[in-house]
Design a binder for this molecule. Structure first.
Ligand SMILES: [Zn+2]
Length: 395
């Protein structure tokens, strides 16, 4: 469902969705005040817990639904609970664009391993693939042995699901001695982090090219990789913003912030839905020629971040910093306050064979300044001091 312009979308959403109207009223704005995506920060974000609460108060969709309930084809329930409508159209969630960009095409036989009940992922990819002329095996979750056999028997060429299950299926085929009989050439994954080592292993050892994308149960496709597989292109029908999770204001390109999604569809015009996921805009053009900025993947959850001297610090940044030093086994950021000023200490636990040195702690502090943009004191702590918590806020 396309709108002639962003302004037309806003007008439609305002006229047809009580929740959108309320959002404008709360901000003291009229539809004419939001004429382009650049005006969106004038409106408040909607967080997922708010959406859930609104839905409890005004069932089933909290006033966001902009079409009669009779044109909703399915309703899904995601954790929260949050209820999500499926509107009309053969690829309602618009994943066809993402799968096409990854090279899926008519004639592919695709094993769809997302769940088909309650949560929408199974139907999302099922409808997208069928709209492209692919044949779908609605495999769902689990049954590794049977699914590996199906993959062989039906000459499956494509996989859709999470990367860990793809790897389990291939390992199972290997264990049973028929991995060389698989026709699998392409995989599309989402909803779980894709380690680059796994991507390389699947390509080099098993001949499976893996691509990924990002979306939510509420909005469907948000962004996806092209064949270059370097960053995610925002999909059509959505406006993506990267904002400061506390203020809702956009952050500069390259800086980490929360992904906020505006869904430009008639059924469910969610306006500035805060996803809780983090990313950053990579502004440089992609070699594939698609216009616009790309998202630098999904970098963690917004709720896990803490603000230190006005800057957000996220667990993934701490582990990234640790990963640059082979002497470091674990690194933990401890935030304290001294005379009302935030202090950041990085506690480093070294590998047993590594030597503590002034050079090392200085090097870590220097890199912390580059990567975290924060001045930090670096101390070495005894082995087995640090558990899985990467940030400790003692303020
Ligand atoms: Zn591209």
């Amino acid at each position: 469902m396309r709108f002639k312009s962003f302004a037309h979308y806003i007008r439609f959403a305002y006229d047809n969705s009580a929740a959108v109207r309320e959002k404008f009223d709360d901000a003291g704005l009229k539809p004419g005040d939001v004429q382009s995506p650049g005006d969106l920060p004038r409106l408040p974000v909607t967080r997922k817990p708010d959406l859930s609460k609104r839905q409890q108060e005004k069932p089933p969709f909290g006033g966001f639904l902009a079409v009669p309930l009779s044109s909703v084809q399915r309703v899904f329930a995601s954790p929260g609970p949050i209820y999500d409508p499926q509107g009309e159209g053969e690829d309602y969630w618009r994943w066809g664009e993402a799968l096409t960009a990854a090279g899926f095409e008519a004639g592919d036989i695709v094993q769809n391993t997302f769940s088909y009940h309650l949560t929408p992922a199974g139907f999302m990819f099922d409808s997208a693939l069928r709209s492209m002329g692919c044949t779908v095996i609605p495999a769902g979750v689990g049954n590794t042995e049977l699914q590996a056999q199906i993959m062989r028997d039906l000459r499956v060429t494509g996989y859709v699901g999470v990367p860990s299950f793809l790897y389990s299926l291939i390992k199972k085929a290997e264990e049973q001695g028929f991995v060389s009989e698989l026709a699998l050439r392409r995989a599309w994954i989402t909803a779980e982090r894709l380690p680059e080592e796994l991507r390389a292993l699947l390509r080099e050892k098993y001949g499976v090219k893996v691509f990924q994308g990002y979306g939510t149960a509420d909005t469907g496709c948000v962004a996806f990789e092209c064949l270059e597989a370097k960053g995610l292109h925002p999909g059509r029908g959505v406006v993506v913003e990267i904002v400061d999770p506390q203020t809702g204001e956009p952050v500069p390109d390259g800086e980490t912030g929360e992904i906020v999604i505006t869904l430009m569809v008639k059924t469910y015009p969610l306006l500035r839905l805060a996803s809780g996921d983090l990313s950053a805009f990579a502004p440089e053009p992609c070699p594939c020629g698609r216009p616009g900025k790309r998202l630098a993947g999904v970098l963690g959850r917004a709720a896990a971040g803490v603000k230190v001297r006005g800057l957000f610090l996220y667990p993934h940044q701490v582990s990234e910093l640790a990963g640059e030093f082979r002497e470091i086994r674990a690194l933990r950021a401890v935030v304290t306050q001294q005379d009302f000023k935030d202090e950041l200490t990085l506690e480093a636990e070294l590998h047993l064979e590594a030597e503590e040195s002034l050079e090392l702690t200085r090097a870590v502090a220097t890199r912390a300044k580059d990567l975290l943009r924060l001045k930090a004191r670096v101390v070495v702590v005894p082995p087995r001091t640090i558990d899985n918590t990467l940030i400790v806020d003692k303020r």
